[in-house]
Write a protein of this length. Structure first.
Length: 151
């Protein structure tokens, strides 16, 4: 029996020599056997890699959501969310308001029953010689007696 060596590796030469005269394609047969043996393990590795990538992506999404939550909670943490107050009026022509200091939170209803009007005071005309136009030049005009006191 003659042994043919088609490669420098001993395994290939050995497998080739076993197929001599039998008509078997030993190289293809070995490749298919190795692939069949390797397929379940390769599928398991591929599935585990896909699962790990999915979990990593999910962890990234959770991290992003936690970061957004932390940003949203910043005003609660430093207390500024509790100090912010706004005042609104349904009709600013009737009622205007502002918040200052430390206003108490709540909803307040204000009923406007009458709008204020401008007040004008006037009197009748005076003659030029009337006492209202006379200058107060004498100290007697300045002195007050107990009967003329303003209190």
């Amino acid at each position: 029996m003659a042994i043919t060596v088609g490669s420098t590796t001993p395994t290939t030469g050995l497998l080739t020599s076993m197929g001599v005269g039998s008509g078997l394609d030993v190289a293809t047969l070995v490749d298919k056997l190795v692939a069949a043996k390797k397929a379940p393990q390769q599928n398991q590795i591929t599935n585990q890699a896909a699962l790990a990538n999915t979990q990593l992506s999910s962890l990234g999404q959770i991290g992003a959501a936690l970061s957004a939550l932390q940003s949203a909670m910043a005003s609660i943490t430093d207390g500024s969310a509790f100090n912010a107050r706004t005042v609104t009026s349904a009709d600013t022509d009737v009622l205007g308001a502002t918040a200052s200091g430390s206003p108490v939170s709540g909803s307040y209803k204000i009923d406007v029953t009458q709008l204020a009007t401008a007040l004008k005071a006037s009197s009748g005309a005076f003659a030029a010689s009337s006492a209202i136009n006379a200058p107060c030049t004498s100290p007697s005009h300045w002195a007050m007696t107990s009967s003329s006191a303003l209190w």
